[in-house]
Design a protein around this ligand. Sequence first.
Ligand code: CBY
Length: 430
Amino acid sequence: MRQSHQLSLVGLLLFSLIPSQLCEICEVSEKNDINPLLNTMINSKYTRGTSAANVLLSLKLVGIQNQILRQKMVKEIKHIVKTGVSDLSSGELALIILALGACRSPEETLIYDYHLIDELENKFQAEIKNMETHSDNPLTNYYQLSLDVLALCLFDGNYSTAEVVKRFNPENKNYYFGSQFSVDTGAMAVLALTCVKRSLTSGQVKADGGDLTKISNYTKSLVEKILCKKKRNGLIGNTFSTGEAMQALFVSSDYYNETEWNCRETLNAVLMEISRGAFNIPIAAAQVLPALLGKTYLDVNKDSCVSGSDNFNISIPEPITVTPPESQPHISVNYSVRINETYSANVTVPHGSVFLAVMEKAQKINHTIFCFTMEESSWGPYITSVQGLWASSNDRTYWELLSGGKPLSQGAGSYVVHNGENLEVRWSTY
Ligand code: CBY
């Protein structure tokens, strides 16, 4: 055979191998790698509300049949559905719908018994109304608006495609915190827009051709912005946004070139973060897990996830009882509250303390300057006010946490402080 023919044959062979290999390679092959995630979800004493919904959704998508764990989550969600739907934010309700409805399981009926889709339609409308009256600021944020559209789209709720087109333009300020594009938000929007696009193309939902083109263009631009946030080690955004960014890239492969994203590299970076113990709260573990097994939130209404394999080794380890040493070594940090002026104090806390412990200690030292309030969120405590000054979604203001002048990628209840560190809570806009 002539050499040029041989070459083209080899090329053809390689070309036909690449797509299938890419699909196969980019999934964890060693199931033990994800055990730390499963253990975090299993051993957590308190998996409340939104966290429970995230965990249930994740377990169902990857086909983990552990009935004890599932029942625990369903019980928690059932309690909320029966007693407190009106207190939920739109995105919290959307997640609950996704979790209950995922993979055609018996608890799906709760969605219809408690009219959760109607409730979500109303909450989504309230978000839009708030945007109309408060300079385009929703009640919550675009991550939640995307969850709303995703749940309405997957569970045949009513939403207006024109409204989606009007709101989800990638240049909208709500995709940004300060000058930074939020990968989590962009990724969730790509999932929502992909669902809407699929409904339009399948003829399930009627729309004019212009809407379809716009949604495609939005998706392409969001995917570009997500890929721009790819770090040298493969993470996209940061540790906690990478799983959702992977989901977005799985469903939008028509919009980028194979050479633009090395999925295996990203997967390895996540595995590295798992081994470092980075996903040590249930919601963090739950959000990253589906992508590691090649699943996305768009698989929620596929029948296939019902017969998931249960070959995961989820042995429940004996709880480790740590007896604290008699006298824990203490460390000292500099803590500041910055509004226009900066108020500082030197604070001593036990070694291994989190940011919140520093804030509490400072509050004891000087209540007027360092008093603060917080509220429990699925990611742990969220600081709502300092010195009586309250964060507000309508004004896009919040208390930003920083160390050495750099924003932290963990909340006050998770970030472990170090000796000599310069910690700050700063009155900021996003
Ligand atoms: N979820 C939500 O509504 C939250 C959406 C989210 C994009 C979220 C990150 C992503 C996710 N996967 O859940 C988000 N954060 C938002 C929208 C916000 C804003 C909340 C205000 C609003 N109107 O909704 C805001 C104010 C910009 C914000 N996050 C602030 C902060 C800081 C909190 C400080 C405080 N006052 O307590 C902080 C700590 C950043 C900082 N340096 O100040 C912060 N967020 C962080 C670190 C995070 C990550 C948490 C990671 C972790 N291990 O704790 C995050 C995953 C998340 C939660 N925020 Co916000 C983003 C990341 O790092 N990848 C839906 C609902 C149903 O659950």
